[in-house]
Design a protein around this ligand. Sequence first.
Ligand code: ZN
Length: 168
Amino acid sequence: MKRDRLVRDSKEFAFTKLLTCGICGSGITADEKYKKLKNGNTASYIYYGCTRSRDLSCKLGYIREEELIKQMLRIVDKIDINEIGLKKQFEEEVMRYNRFQISVLEMNGKEKKIDKKKEFDIKAYAKYILAEGKINEKRELLASLKSRLVLGKDKKLTLKKDETAIGL
Ligand SMILES: [Zn+2]
């Protein structure tokens, strides 16, 4: 078996520097791995892992970008929308749409419903960016989170509000 070729720092990745290792507190870095397929094509996979800047023997291991995104989508489903400090521009878009709905559908006294709608739209937008956005859009979204994303034991991604909770 030929060894897979590792390409380091030659490419921009969506989630580097935005995640922290939950085991040792180092940053998270990425590698793109190319694999020759039997049909002659080359497939590429992005893996994220601990930079080990704080602990050279950190046992975090590696996680595929697809799996990381899957976990992020689940987090977006669960979090309070106030945790997503999204662009003002988008918030304004949602509000404009809501005002339109009120005037057209005369939804007076149904503000609760409107809030739900706003929450849905912001989450849907965040998920859309995670799944389909460009690298810079994904980075912007993650950077807008008010808590820190921590990749911990068993490669489980969590949001940590309290920074001191990270085991240093
Ligand atoms: Zn680590």
